[in-house]
Design a protein around this ligand. Sequence first.
Ligand code: C2E
Ligand code: CA
Ligand code: CA
Length: 760
Amino acid sequence: MPNLSKQTTAELELIIQHLSEGHAEQRRKLEAINTVNKIVINSNSLDEMLDSILGEFLNLFDCQRAWLLYPCDPHSKFTTVPKEKTCPEWPGAGEDVFEVPTDDYTRKVFSSALSSSAPVAYDSEKRCPHSATNDLFGVESMMVFAIHPKVDQPWLLGIHHCGKERIYSDNDIELFQSLGGRITDGLSSVLSLQKIQKSEALQRALLNNTNSAISIKDLDGNYLLTNDYYDKVFNNNGRQITGKNIHDLFPDNTCQLIESNHNKVVQQQQSLEFEEDLPTKSGIRTFLSERSPIFNNNEVDAICTIATDITTRRRSEERINHLAHYDYLTQLPNRLTVNKELNKALELSLELNQYGALMFIDLDNFKTLNDTKGHSYGDKLLQDTAKVLLKCIRTSDTVARFGGDEFVIILPYLDKSEQRSLEEVILVAERVLSSLETVFVGDDFQHHVTASIGITMFLGDDVSPEELFKRADSAMYRAKNSGRNNFKFFDPSLQHELEYRAKISSEIVDAVLSNDFELYYQPQVDDNGRVIGAEALIRWNHHEKGLISPIDFIPLAEQNNSIIELGKWVIQQGVAQLAQWKKNPVLADLTLSVNVSAKQFHQEGFVESVIQIIETCTEPLNNLKMELTESLDQSDIDGNIAKMKALRLAGVSLSLDDFGTGFSSLSCLSKLPINQLKIDQSFVKHISRDESSDIITQTIIGMAHNLKMEVIAEGVETQEQRDFLIHNGCSQFQGYLYSKPLPIAQFEKLILDKNGYFEN
Ligand code: C2E
Ligand code: CA
Ligand code: CA
C-alpha cells in the first residue's frame, strides 16, 4: 500500500470511491486523512488548522482529549500546550497557550516518543503512568507521537482516553501515525511560511528603519528595490519607485553621474564609495553612496547602493574649513590662507616670468582709536577697511587680514617689465591710500583712515614667503617712520630709484633758485646750410648727481607743478639770450625755440607771464618760438586758440612739437594759429628704412604746405635723411648731422666759426 499520508486530496478521493464495502476500516482511515488534508489546505491560520484537526481527532478516536505540546524536548525547562481539545469540556481545558514546568513524567514521555518512529501507546499492555495531570483528568489510556516539522523543534501530539481504558488497535496506531504525518506537513508549511514572513518583515524593517537611501538597480538603471527612505527622499510624486528607471527620477546630468559611478563598480567588480550631489525633494544634497556589485553567475548584473546623506557633515566641514582659512570679523582670508596664496603667487611668477608684489598694510593709530572709541567701533572700522581694500584690487589679487590692524595684499602677476610692474603696484598703493580716506564708521561720525604700506616685489620663487613678509614688514615700518600715510618699497634698488625720484622732484624749485639749470642749444639749419635758429634744451647740473637729462626730471616737474617755475625760467633765459644775440650780426636773426609743456601752457596767467618777460627787453622781440605738444587739452580748443593768438600778438611764433605722434585732426589743425610743424624724430629716424615713416613724413610735409605752415624735421642724423626731406619739400632741419645740443659758449663758437653756415 502506498504511503497514504503523502497522497493529495484528489488522489485520496479517487481511491476512496473505488474501495469496496469490505474495506470499511480502510475507508474510515482514508476519509480521516482526507479530512485532515482538507483542513491543512483550507485553514487560514495555524490556530484554525490545529483547532480543526484536534477537534477531528476527538471524533476519529472517540477520545476525551487531543493535544499538542511544544517543544517536545526532555531538556527544556518549560513546556507549552499550544492547543488542546477536550470532550466533554474539562475545567481549565482549552485555555490559551499556557506554560508548565517540564516534570519527570513529561520528560519520560518526551524521550520515549522521540526515540520511536511510530506513536507510543499507553494502555493495558503499557500502563499509563501516574502523573498529576493524568490523575486529575482520570486518564486511563494515552497515545503520543513526536512530530518533526521542518522548522524549529519537534512537537508532541497526544490523545487521552479518560475514565475508561482504551486498547489501541494497530489500525488506531497506524491512523494516528498517518494523521501525525499530515500535521507534520501542515505545520511545516505554515511554520516555514511564518518564518519567511517574519524574516522578510525583519529585513523590511531593517531596510526601512535606516537613515540611508537603499536601492538595487539593474545595469540599465531600472529599480529592482528601494527602501522607504529612498522613496521619501527621491520620489517627488511619492509613488512606487520599483520598476522605474533612474531617468524617470533624475535629470540627465545626475543620471550620467550615477551611470558613470555604476560603470566603475562593474569594471572593478568591487564595492566603491562615491560622494555624489543629488537632487532631492529638499534641494541638492550630498550623499556618500556605497555602491556594491550584485553577482549572478560571476557577472555583475545589478548594483546595490546605500546612500547616506552627509550634507550636514559636509556643511560643517566647510564651515570648519572656512573658520580655519578666513577671518571671522572681515571674512577675508586669514594668515594661513595668505601663506598658501603667496606660495601660489611665487610659483605663478616663476612660471610666467612676471613680477608680483606683496603689500603689507598697517592702519595708522588704530590701537589708540580702538582703545578710546571701544572695540565694536574698532571692529566696524576693520570691516569697512576690508570692504574698501577689496575695491582696490583686481579679481586675481588677494586681500587678507593678517591679524590685528594688519592687512596684506598679494598681487600675483603684474608685468614682465620691472618698470611697468612698479607703476602698477604704485597705482594700487596710491589707490589704497586714497580709498581709505573715505572709510567711515557710525551713522553720524566720520573717521578718515590712513595707513602705512610696505611693499616688496618678487620675480620667480627664490625668496621664501617668510622672507617676503619680513621685507614687506620692514618696508611698512619705514613708511610709518617717514610720517605715515605713505608707502615704501623694500627692494633696495627700487627703493633707491623711488627715493631718487622723490629727492629730485623736491629739489627742482630750489635748483631754479640756485641756478643749477642750464640751457643747451641745438642749431636749426635750412637747405642751404644756413643756421636759422636754435632749440633751447634744458639740463640740470646737479651738485651730487652730475648732469641730469630733462627726460628724467621734466615729467617730475610736471607732476609736482614745478614746471611752472622751471618753464618760466627757461623763457626768461631764452629771451635774455635772444637779446644778447641781437648784439652780434651773425646771431642777431636766429630764432630761439623753447619747449613749453602742456601743463605750463594751460596754467592760468601763462600768456601774461610770457608778455611780462618779453617786455623786460629794451628792443622789440620777434624771434622767440614756442614748441607746444600735440597733446594740448583738446576739450577747450577755443581757449587754446585764444591763448595762441595772444602769444602770436606778443610776437611769439608757435611750433607743434613731436608732430605725428599725437592725435590731431586736420580740421582742428587748420584752425590753430601755428607757424610750424615739427616732424617727430621717430619718423625721421626711419626714413628710407620703413615705408610707413616715409609716407607719414611726406604727408606731414604736404599738410604743412597746404596749411601754409613751415615744417622742420628734428633728429636728422644722416645726409640721406636730409636729402629725402629736401626732395619731399622740407627745408629746415635739426639734429646730430649738424650738432648736438651745446652749452651756450660752445654753441656760439660753433656758429661764429662757421660764420653762420654749415657746408652741405
Ligand atoms: P624734444 O623737444 O623732442 O627735444 C629733442 C630731443 O632730441 C632733445 O633731447 C635732443 O637732444 C634730441 N636730439 C636732437 N637731435 C637729435 C638727433 O639727431 N638724434 C637723436 N637721437 N636725438 C636728437 P633732450 O635734450 O634730452 O630733451 C628731451 C626732451 O625734454 C625734449 O624733447 C623736450 O620734450 C623736453 N625738454 C627739454 N628741454 C625742455 C624745456 O625747457 N622745457 C620743457 N617743457 N621740456 C623740455
Ligand atoms: Ca622740442
Ligand atoms: Ca621733439
